[in-house]
Write a protein that binds this ligand. Sequence first.
Ligand code: PMP
Length: 380
Amino acid sequence: MKLFDVYPLIDVTPVKASGATLWDEAGNKYLDLYGGHAVISIGHTHPHYVKRITEQLDMIAFYSNSVKIPIQKDYARELGRISGYPDYELFLCNSGAEANENALKLASFETEKDTFIAFKGAFHGRTSGVVAITDNPKIVAPFNSHHKVHFVTFGDLEAVEKALKSNTVAGIIIEGIQGVNGIRVPDGSFVTALARLAKQHHAKLILDEVQSGFGRTGRFFAHQWVDGLRPDVITVAKGMGNGFPIGGVLIHPDIKSSYGLLGTTFGGNHLACAAGLAVLEVIESEQLMANADQLGNWLMEALKSVEGITEIRGKGLMIGIDLDRDAGPVRSELVHKHRIFTGSSAGKNTIRLLPPLSIDQQSLHLFLESLQSVLTLTEA
Ligand code: PMP
């Protein structure tokens, strides 16, 4: 059977990985500054992660939610404590798209309304509901296009208010930091105003932290850089499992979730919870949030002296670099000549960096030198 072509491939076959290093079949070594799209949080094959998953696998890997699964409670307690949301409820699922689908569903049930506000350039996933709130018409099938969505530009409070006045808006969904759109950080005062307006018009504020969460920006969630914000719903996945498929919906205590409203067979299975716990434990014990904060600031500052860069955006280890030229050939040179993985973005001039949070300064130094060398040798 031929495989469905999902993405254009990086022409490398990694067969082994450790920390921020990948090795291909021929034994060539690569530096991973993409983390499999912000998924690798604590580093590839971290020994504590491997041990916890292996031990769990040896005991019980899976049973459906029809039995008691105490490790789910352990996970919820630890996530609540580390994230600063101990009073929220956690629904466990398997991916970012699934987390967002459930967030939309909850907001719509809770408000009995059927419209959403999303943002220009947003990416929330590819399943039926969330593809409609993803600002990419190319991937919205006719079947999915009937959803009622207002796409608004960051900062345009007038448009937000106008949509809310229709009294049909169940929720506003915003990424902590827009990822696929090239790392766009929303203004803190804008997000605060969204929270206020949502409350005023009985709509729910949903923070999609799928890419920006789990310490990537130097705080547990990107929206925690904004003082006093407590979203109604927060969605998570990617870095939550460091490669193990797991997602989650964090639900404000005022929202009345009820039995049977949400569900999924694999969500919260023993193995996923063991992987998730290992991730939280390593984030804490290795102070990976502090590392992301310090090294992110250092790298963004250092990038200012690289010629050929027109803009640097980001927070912590979630960085967008705009070049004065097409990023495609530059990224290709970085992979094939310097053996460094970087990410692409919606804009063709942008390089996206989403390395493991355990990365060290020496590796980022190597990237800086390699990028400067590629930019000096390729045509602007
Ligand atoms: N939300 C955001 C902000 C994302 O970046 C992504 C994935 N790129 C998703 C949701 C969808 O996650 P998944 O691919 O796990 O369904």
